[in-house]
Design a protein around this ligand. Structure first.
Ligand code: NAP
Length: 304
């Protein structure tokens, strides 16, 4: 059996990489388990991150690469794999990975983030990859010169609409309420774009098409002719394997404050996956640092 790690970090987004840097610099043996090779989480899907202190107008992919390179310069260990079960043992945690391996660690820092929430209308599943997308930065280029709809009213939807406006012939921003959740400054930028049409109090009912999407139908009976529908209706925390392991809130987020301490001893949470008011790169990075320090203190207490 391999020697027990001090800390197993789940996820290689900003929270996980920051936790890894702090753990390594504190002299802890750490391993980052990432679902995809050189993945940096949601940040890679942002065209522009303009609110990370000191690095204005940064492309999200490039910022993620900079984080990753920093961790790699410190020779932090990475392994590809998906953990599906977390078992508390007498002296730590046994984490079962889908390839059949079990990883033993004194502590776990869980930074698996959140995944794209589904809109939940007819046609959505059928047309995923054939006109329905959850990532404008990844798929926008396929819709150059075409008409698209962005569904949602948060910062992601607003940013997606802005990004697509520079590529597409026409962009409809479809929001179910009359007030946006995202930044007013971005709404103003969108209002100034001639090829953006903002439809509020517009509730999607169905995505229709033949081989690919041809229209988005609204509950009020309107049919919006589009080639692509970009769904940006929020995120779902990636906590499915944690039911019965740590306390989650009603929406599925791990209950933890900025220390990352959860209801389970030696199990810490950082980034978008925990209960918090502001889910941003800067708060994820700060969470990772805090959780690594909490893990270090926990290990030291166990040794006393
Ligand atoms: P979000 O803020 O939760 O917004 C989700 C939006 O989708 C809301 O406007 C919501 O409508 C709408 N929605 C949810 N379910 C729906 C449904 N079934 N049908 C139609 N509309 C639905 O999610 P987000 O935009 O992904 O942002 C997540 C977090 O990341 C936020 O804290 C955001 O500030 C942050 N973020 C920041 C940046 C940046 O600063 N550059 C970029 C992206 C995201 P209601 O408003 O009616 O609830």
């Amino acid at each position: 059996m391999e020697r027990q790690l001090d800390v197993l970090i789940i996820g290689s987004g900003p929270a996980g990489l920051s936790a890894a840097v702090y753990a390594k610099r504190a002299g802890l043996s750490a391993l980052v388990l990432e679902r995809e090779y050189r993945g940096t989480g949601q940040i890679a899907e942002s065209d522009q991150v303009d609110n990370y202190l000191g690095l204005p107008k940064m492309n999200g992919y490039d910022l993620g690469e900079a984080f990753l390179n920093h961790a790699q310069e410190l020779e932090i260990r990475f392994q590809e794999g998906t953990a599906y079960d977390y078992e508390k043992t007498e002296d730590g945690w046994s984490v079962h990975v889908e390839d059949g391996q079990t990883i033993h660690a004194k502590t776990v820092i869980y930074c698996a983030g959140a995944a794209h929430r589904r809109l939940g209308v007819d046609g959505e599943e059928e047309f995923v990859g054939k006109g329905v997308s959850y990532c404008a930065v990844c798929d926008g280029a396929f819709y150059k010169g075409k008409d698209t709809a962005v569904i949602g009213g948060g910062d992601t939807a607003l940013g997606d609409a802005l990004y697509l406006a520079d590529l597409c012939d026409k962009v409809y921003l479809i929001h179910r309420r009359d007030r946006f959740r995202g930044a007013a400054s971005t709404v103003r930028q969108l209002q100034e774009k001639e090829n953006v049409e903002i439809l509020t109090e517009a509730v999607p009912a169905k995505i229709v098409g033949e081989q690919t999407v041809t229209a988005l139908e609204l509950k009020d009976g309107r049919s919006i002719p589009v080639h692509g529908a970009f769904v940006a209706v929020g995120m779902q925390p990636q906590t499915e394997p944690l039911k019965g392991v740590v306390d989650l809130d009603d929406a599925g987020y791990i209950i933890a404050d900025e220390t990352g301490i959860t209801s389970a001893p030696g199990f810490f949470a950082a980034g978008d996956v925990r209960t918090k008011a502001l889910r941003q790169v800067v708060t994820a990075v700060s969470d990772g640092a805090n959780a690594a320090v909490s893990a270090l203190e926990y290990i030291q207490r166990q040794q006393d």
